[in-house]
Every structure is written in structure tokens, then in C-alpha cells.
Design a protein around this ligand. Structure first.
Ligand SMILES: [Zn+2]
Ligand SMILES: [Zn+2]
Length: 230
């Protein structure tokens, strides 16, 4: 599976085009301007791809700017987690809160939940529910090529925000990272909603938030090693 990333808008939010065997899915639609949308279309045209699905990792406003445009441009399904519905219904409110404007997407009628799969071009993506940054956060995992699109859950050296946003939970977020993403294995490449791609192994070793969480959950016996010199 090929993964092409684009970073769009003042929010610096990533859109991904995943393709294989002439078919594609778009994961998140952060393209706000005509020029940004054209960049995605150019890659689709260059590789002569048929877009099968528009998928959302979650429906925060910076991830949905281009949804309506793609919906009108392609004959494809548009799906998200069911908990995305109230966020999409309040797209205008979300935009106003950040002083931006959005063309509200249509409200999806088919939903993705933990354990579901999405298929295109001979590829099957597995859906994992990874809430905490938002209740509708889901991740798309392609185990064969060890690549995962994880939205705003785990970033290079950082984690998804849980302050100043509705319906967040720091506890759920850390559980999504340590109990759901970490078991994907150190080789798994992570394509996040913001910033560069990384791997589970890199974040296990270098991400201070992950290290703290693993320490607290007993992943390393920190209390004993800290006390050993006294
Ligand atoms: Zn977000
Ligand atoms: Zn975001």
C-alpha cells in the first residue's frame, strides 16, 4: 500500500492518499483551499486512481475542510465512527470557534467501529477505536505493510490534545496509545494527523508521554530502579 501525505491549512493537518492496484482511499480531508485540493487531485490523476472511500480519523474541523469537495467530486463512500455525527452536525460551530469557515460535509450514513475493515485495491485496512482526543477517533491499520493512519492520537514526541476540546479524556487517550497502538509492534509505521510519520518503536523509546505512561502502567519497574540506590 502506497501512502502519500499532504499537510494543509493553518492547522498543518495531514491528509493521506492511500492507494494500491489502481484504487485509493482518502484519509481525512484537511485541504482548505482550491490549490490544496488540486494537489490531491493531481496525484490521483497522475496514478489514474479510482477513489473508493473517504475515511475520517475523527471529525475535528481541521480534518474535514475538504470533505464536501471530495464528496461532490468522487463517486465513493464517506464513512467515520458514529460518534463523529454530532461533530459533523456542528461543523459550523467548530469552525467559528477557531475563526475559520467550513463547507459542512454531509452526515455519513454508514459507520466504522472497532474490528471493522475497509477494502480497496486488494488492501484491507483494519479499524481500531482509539478514543481520548475525541470520542470518534479511529485508526486504520494495514498489517501486511506495517502502516497505520492514526489521526490525532500519537505524534512524533507528542500525543493528541485533551485540553480545550469537547469530550476528551486523557485517561482514554493514554489507554488508546498503550493498550491499542503499542501492541501493533515496534516496526509499525504511524502516519499521524499532524507532523511527520514515525514508528511505534521510535515513540516507545523517545516519546516522553509514552515513556511516562508505560512507566506508570508497570511497563518498566521504575519505582524499584529509582529506589535501588537508597
Ligand atoms: Zn483533532
Ligand atoms: Zn487535528
Amino acid at each position: 500500500m502506497h501512502v502519500e501525505g499532504f499537510t494543509f491549512s493553518d492547522f498543518m493537518t495531514n491528509t493521506y492518499l492511500c492507494y494500491n492496484g489502481g484504487e485509493a482511499v482518502i484519509v481525512d480531508a484537511s485541504c482548505e483551499t482550491e490549490a490544496e485540493r488540486r494537489k490531491v487531485l493531481n496525484v490521483i490523476d497522475t496514478h489514474d486512481l479510482t477513489v473508493q472511500h473517504l475515511l475520517l480519523t475523527h471529525a475535528h474541523v481541521d480534518h474535514i475542510f475538504g470533505c464536501r469537495f471530495f464528496e461532490e467530486h468522487f463517486d465513493m463512500t464517506f464513512t467515520a465512527h458514529e460518534a463523529a455525527v454530532p461533530f459533523i452536525e456542528r461543523a459550523d460551530e467548530q469552525a467559528a470557534a477557531f475563526g475559520v469557515q467550513v463547507e459542512p460535509p454531509s452526515v455519513p450514513t454508514t459507520f466504522l467501529a472497532e474490528g471493522d475493515t475497509v477494502s480497496f485495491g486488494g488492501v484491507t485496512l483494519e479499524v481500531l477505536h482509539t478514543p481520548g482526543h475525541s470520542p470518534d477517533s479511529i485508526s486504520f491499520v494495514h498489517r501486511d505493510s506495517e502502516q497505520a493512519l492514526t489521526g490525532d492520537v500519537l505524534f512524533q514526541n507528542s500525543i493528541g490534545r485533551t485540553q480545550g476540546l469537547p469530550e476528551t479524556s486523557r485517561e482514554q487517550l493514554m489507554s488508546s496509545i498503550t493498550d491499542t497502538l503499542m501492541p501493533l509492534g515496534d516496526e509499525m509505521r504511524i502516519y499521524p494527523g499532524h507532523g511527520p510519520d514515525t514508528t511505534i518503536g521510535r515513540e516507545r523509546e523517545q516519546n516522553p508521554f509514552v515513556q511516562e505512561a508505560l512507566g506508570e502502567s508497570g511497563g518498566t519497574d521504575r519505582s524499584r530502579s529509582m529506589g535501588s540506590g537508597r
